[in-house]
Design a protein around this ligand. Sequence first.
Ligand SMILES: Cc1cc2nc3c(=O)[nH]c(=O)nc-3n(C[C@H](O)[C@H](O)[C@H](O)COP(=O)(O)O)c2cc1C
Length: 370
Amino acid sequence: MPRLTDPLEVKSLKLRNRLVMAPMVTGLAIDHSPSKAQIAWYTEHAKKGLGLVIVESCGIDPNAIIMPNMLGIWDDRFIPGLTHLSSAIHAEGVPVVLQIVHGGARSIREDLRVERLGPSNIPVLPGPAPRPMTENEILEVIQSFVKAALRAKQAGFDGVEIHAAHYYLLSEFLSPYTNRRIDAWGGSLENRARLSIEVVKAVREAVGPDFPLFCRMHAVEFVEGGLDENDSRLIAKALMEAGVDILNASGVGQSSKGEWEGQAYLNTSSVLPKSMPPGTFAPYTERIRTGLGVPVIAVGKMAEKGVAQQVLDRDQADLIAIARQLIADPETIVKILSGREDEITRCKECLACFAAIRKGAIKCSVNTEL
Ligand SMILES: Cc1cc2nc3c(=O)[nH]c(=O)nc-3n(C[C@H](O)[C@H](O)[C@H](O)COP(=O)(O)O)c2cc1C
């Protein structure tokens, strides 16, 4: 079994260890380009010994962003700023991948009444139900992903991650809860997976065979009527066959129903609730990984003592991604790598970070100096 400190090579990517900075919107972008503070944030984290940085969600369409101050990549004008960001992380000796996203029915709108698009008219945020996309709009999304991936490559990133998780557009197409279409893009698993697969194939074709391609998807959804775990296994295999080199396995840790003007909407969260222990996603991650043949990243409170190594020991994943704990204690990676896990200042799981990025820059109730 690999140790956390073992290197891993995938195509041109050379990871010095198995610890990955999970993608996290920081709300630090200015006009959707990396700010100085944002570059400093990533540089500081890259100094701590990480094997890989996955830079936060970057929007492929100005009408489908997921947070107000997020990065954008829908135009060539973003390339110089993103090049700055990738170079700063490279200067610390760490490979860096950029995550790209279409917000779909979870796109933010200051005016709730502005139209959102989705596979079907199932709301996943407050506001009117999304409008089901036309076939042409679906085909345009594929092209937007392709252009975004090419820009990421041009901006010096070592790879690109297609975001097909967290009930953003691709994930909405995958899930039978949000995808009620009866055309070629909905219904059977094959049809629901069609958009993600077409995006992966088109991006692979555009970036060439050697450019590392990641995809983030759900190993499990704790959502009634959502994607089931057997589907996840088949989707993972299809994504791999379409050209994905590394699968970043996430999940919906909790879901609930909200109400807006008398209409129910689905609320989902990528984090495990406080009541669920570290490693809750890991057995599901193992299921999609078994026999897959490409490395898989696990996530979900992985910085708890001994958990990350245990997940590797149990053959449940190849890489370990950490999110909130890196915000609460930026020395987390140093402490894990030097066997000082007892000294980690623990994340309180209060979700102040999430609340903050919905309005502006990231904040933390533990790391108040942020
Ligand atoms: C503030 C914040 C921003 C996040 N932004 C993203 C994102 O941009 N893309 C993504 O795929 N996941 C995002 N996530 C989810 C994390 O990558 C991760 O899957 C989740 O927090 C669970 O890991 P943890 O238990 O280590 O926090 C975000 C999480 C937080 C807390």
